[in-house]
Design a protein around this ligand. Structure first.
Ligand SMILES: NC(=O)c1ccc[n+]([C@@H]2O[C@H](COP(=O)([O-])OP(=O)(O)OC[C@H]3O[C@@H](n4cnc5c(N)ncnc54)[C@H](OP(=O)(O)O)[C@@H]3O)[C@@H](O)[C@H]2O)c1
Length: 324
């Protein structure tokens, strides 16, 4: 896949047989700016070579992604929708067997598309249909129906509404449970992954199962309410970046790529979008990777909002099956 920077973006082949660019554009722009501004950001991302777009019903950006796709076709930035890889996600309020099909149809309608490339279960959580995520009250968190939810995801695939299906924020234990009854294996598990949370347990497990790990918050979500500066101001990365004449974000993203994971990264700034793509054609030395391995490890996004004393998730430790 070529772009105007003449960077060749590697593609991987998922276990579904479909190809996916290894780096994608994160569409969680929070708080979302006005629609037209968002469309401009996504068009800029395409101009800078991004062909994979990661949205979700929860982000409120599906409509803008759809408008950007339509505009890109209109102005000849792309020749066909098939040149793009579009991901969206099922929100926990829709993680009820009978609500999955209406949810993907609503997503496709907002996007103005006939199919998704990838549909993910956003969290291994089921909420009451009308629960307000900002003010969850007792009783809003329900036991997660792993089997029924996945069966409905498989049906979305069989109906041609999505080419691949996958997971997000699933632990090894939850994936093992899901695989016991799955007909279609998940293609992707999209999780928090960066130099400060290297997913040392999940990554080898997913590799062994043929499930690709995709890293969210690869730069530590700097500037977002769920993020911090621990990646971008990390001294180890600063030293490596200075020695290699790269930027800290480039070193952080390159490290993920070298671990065999794919990436979704967000920037609203054209220069930074460009910079984040320039991670190919060079590599980290073994001793640099050793130094990165020494960085203290800590999960940032603990998902405490789903923890309720009388609910099915009693602690963050339980939710992450001890891996935090
Ligand atoms: N599945 C899930 O549960 C889940 C959870 C979180 C995120 N995600 C996905 O992952 C995507 C990316 O993760 P994220 O948005 O959390 O965090 P991220 O990509 O690690 O960081 C984004 C932040 O870094 C800044 N940034 C980007 N490039 C930079 C650069 N070269 N130099 C300095 N700052 C830079 C951006 O600011 P500017 O915009 O000002 O450049 C933005 O504030 C999301 O958009 C979303 O699609 C998924």
């Amino acid at each position: 896949m070529e772009n105007n920077l003449e960077v060749k973006i590697p593609e991987i082949v998922l276990n579904s047989g479909h190809k996916m660019p290894v780096i994608g554009f994160g569409c969680a722009v929070i708080p979302p700016p006005p629609l037209e501004e968002l469309v401009t950001i996504f068009i800029q991302a395409m101009e800078n070579g991004y062909r994979q777009f990661d949205t979700a019903s929860a982000y409120g950006t599906e409509e803008a992604v759809g408008k950007a796709v339509a505009k890109a076709l209109e102005i000849g930035l792309i020749e066909s929708r098939d040149e793009l890889f579009i991901t969206s996600k099922l929100w926990p309020c829709d993680a009820h067997y009978e609500l999955v099909l209406p949810a993907i149809k609503a997503t496709l309608s907002k996007l103005g598309l006939e199919y998704l490339d990838l549909y993910l279960i956003h969290w291994p959580v089921r909420l009451k249909q009308n629960a307000n995520i900002k003010h969850l009250v007792e009783g809003d968190v329900l036991p997660f129906d792993i089997q029924g939810t996945w069966k409905a995801m498989e049906e979305c695939c069989e109906l041609g509404l999505t080419k691949s299906v996958g997971l997000s924020n699933f632990t090894c234990e939850k994936i093992s449970k899901l695989l016991q009854n799955a007909t279609i294996p998940p293609a992707i598990n999209q999780v928090e992954m960066n130099v400060c949370w290297q997913q040392r347990k999940l990554l080898p497990f997913c590799k062994e199962k043929g499930i690709r790990v995709c890293a969210w918050s690869p730069l530590g979500a700097y500037g977002n309410y769920w993020g911090n500066n621990e990646v971008l101001e990390n001294q180890v990365l600063q030293d490596i970046a200075a020695a290699k004449r790269k930027t800290v974000p480039q070193v952080a993203l390159r490290w993920i790529y070298e671990q065999g994971a794919s990436i979704v990264v967000k920037s609203s700034n054209s220069e930074r979008m460009k910079q984040n793509m320039q991670i190919f054609g060079w590599e980290l030395a073994e001793e640099e990777k050793q130094k990165i391995f020494q960085i203290p490890q800590r999960r940032t996004f603990r998902a405490d909002r789903y923890v309720q004393p009388n609910g099915p998730i009693k602690s963050a430790e339980e939710f992450w099956d001890g891996d935090l």
